[in-house]
Design a protein around this ligand. Structure first.
Ligand code: ATP
Length: 220
C-alpha cells in the first residue's frame, strides 16, 4: 500500500499519473492520498481550507480502483507531521501489508527539515519520484545525481545503490526506491497562477476538479 501525502492544493494530473504508475510498478493494491492539515513547510503561505482540498481529491479519485483518501492528518490537531501519519498507518494496517511512503524528489530533498526524519527512514521504505522541470531550492550539489548525493552525503553514508540502479539499501534503515519514469510536468503552484490570471487549466486537473475550482471561486 502506497501512502501519498501532500497539500493537494489542488490535486492535479501530476499526482494522479504518479500514483497510478507507482501503484503499478510496485504491484500495490492501493494508494492512499493523505491531504495535510497545516503543512509544516507551507505555514505562513495561504493554503486552501482542508474541506475544499478534500472535496477536490474526492472528485479526482472517485471511481479509480485502488485509490482512496485518508483524512487522518486533517483530523489531527496541529501541523501534519509525516512521522505521526506513518505511525498511525503502521498501527492500523494489517501486519502483512507492505507500506511505502511516496513523494516527489523536491519534497525528498527537503527531508532534513522534517520532524524525526531518521525515524521515518527507520519505519518505512520510500519511493522517490523524479519530478521533471523542478529545480528544488537548497540542494546539496549541482548537476546530475542530486538525489543520489543527498542520500549518501546527507542521510547516511551506509546507503548502497543496488546494481540495477533502482534502490538504495541500508544495513539498518528501510530502502529508498528511485522512480524515474517520466511524469507530467505539472505543479499546483502553476495551476493556482493560471486560475488567478484567468487561464485555462484543462488537462492539468480532472474535469470535475476544474469545475469545482471555478464554481467555488478558488485561487482567484
Ligand atoms: P505546490 O506547487 O503547491 O508546492 P505540488 O504540485 O508540489 O504543490 P503537493 O501537494 O505539494 O503538490 O505535492 C504532494 C507530493 O506530490 C509531493 O511529494 C510532490 O513532490 C509530489 N508531486 C507533485 N506534483 C508532482 C508531479 N507532477 N510529478 C511527481 N510528483 C509530484
Amino acid at each position: 500500500m502506497g501512502l501519498f501525502g501532500g497539500t493537494f492544493d489542488p490535486v492535479h494530473q501530476g499526482h494522479l499519473t504518479a500514483a497510478e504508475k507507482v501503484k503499478k510498478a510496485f504491484a500495490m493494491k492501493a494508494v492512499v492520498f493523505i491531504p495535510s492539515a497545516v503543512p509544516p513547510h507551507k505555514e505562513g503561505d495561504r493554503v486552501t481550507r482542508a474541506a475544499d482540498r478534500l472535496a477536490m481529491l474526492q472528485l479526482a479519485v472517485t471511481g479509480t480502483a485502488g485509490f482512496s483518501i485518508s483524512d487522518c492528518e486533517i483530523h489531527r490537531p496541529g501541523p501534519s507531521y509525516t512521522i505521526d501519519t506513518i505511525r498511525f498507518f503502521k498501527e492500523n494496517t494489517p501486519g502483512d501489508t507492505r507500506l511505502y511512503w511516496i513523494m516527489g524528489h523536491d519534497a525528498f530533498l527537503e527531508m532534513l527539515t522534517w520532524k524525526a526524519y531518521r525515524e521515518i527512514l527507520a519505519q518505512i521504505p520510500l519511493i522517490v519520484m523524479h519530478r521533471s522541470g523542478i529545480e528544488p531550492p537548497s540542494t546539496p550539489a549541482a548537476g546530475g545525481g542530486r538525489v543520489e548525493m543527498f542520500i549518501v552525503q546527507e542521510l547516511s553514508s551506509e546507503y548502497r545503490l543496488l546494481e540495477d540502479d533502482s534502490s538504495y539499501v541500508h544495513p539498518s534503515l528501510h530502502p529508498i526506491h528511485l522512480f524515474r519514469d517520466p511524469l507530467p510536468e505539472i505543479s499546483a503552484t502553476r495551476i493556482r497562477k493560471k486560475v488567478k490570471t484567468g487561464k485555462s487549466i484543462r488537462n492539468m486537473v480532472p474535469g470535475a476538479v476544474e469545475a469545482y475550482i471555478l464554481e467555488k471561486g478558488l485561487y482567484r
